[in-house]
Design a protein around this ligand. Structure first.
Ligand code: PRP
Length: 173
């Protein structure tokens, strides 16, 4: 169940997105920006963020999901890959949350192999306490505690993604 009031309200989220978008617009002024949304979780943050970015950009998506194996760190499966040519592009990967870092680390290496002009990472939420793989994060919306959160793209059992705010989710015991 969703517990208490939102951890992050719609208003807090939208204000932070404006700040991030202003920084990104300044940093990418005059550069050929390719914004890549990581689905499914990143869909809402991506669409709000790109609407607030004021420099021209192209966009694409990658659908990826991580799962744990007992004998190793998490594995990442890519269901749909970036189709845009990345050479000569300044690529910005945009996701909803960095938790262990495994998903973004995998996607980052995949993109770097295509030799873009630059690669940066933007995440809506950063759950630093859970990190297992160090990855460089260039833009982060909010650092959050080690709680299971849903809403604004994030799910429990594929539900709650459509909530326009972030709430802590407690499993019924
Ligand atoms: C979630 C989230 C991130 C990733 C973060 O995706 O959207 O991409 O996990 O976790 P990590 O840092 O531990 O790798 P998930 O694999 O649940 O797929 P989804 O986006 O379809 O929900």
């Amino acid at each position: 169940m969703i517990s208490g009031k939102p951890l992050l309200t719609t208003r807090q989220i939208q204000e932070r997105i404006q700040e991030l978008a202003q920084r990104i617009s300044r940093d990418y002024s005059g550069k050929d920006l390719l914004a890549v949304g990581i689905l499914k979780g990143g869909f809402m943050f991506f669409s709000d963020l790109v609407r607030a970015i004021e420099v021209p950009l192209t966009l694409d998506f990658i659908i990826a999901s991580s799962y744990m194996k007992t004998d190793s760190l998490g594995q990442v499966k890519v269901y749909y890959d970036i189709r845009e040519d990345m050479t000569d592009k300044h690529v910005l990967l945009i996701d909803d949350i960095v938790d262990t870092g495994i998903t973004l680390n995998h996607i980052r290496e995949r993109v770097l192999a295509k030799c873009p002009r630059s690669l940066k990472i933007c995440t809506f939420l950063d759950k630093k306490e859970r990190r297992e793989v160090e990855i460089p994060i260039d833009y982060a919306g909010f650092e959050i505690p080690n709680e299971f959160v849903v809403g604004y793209g994030l799910d429990y059992d594929n539900k709650f993604r459509n909530l326009p705010y972030i709430s802590i989710f407690k499993k019924k015991t």
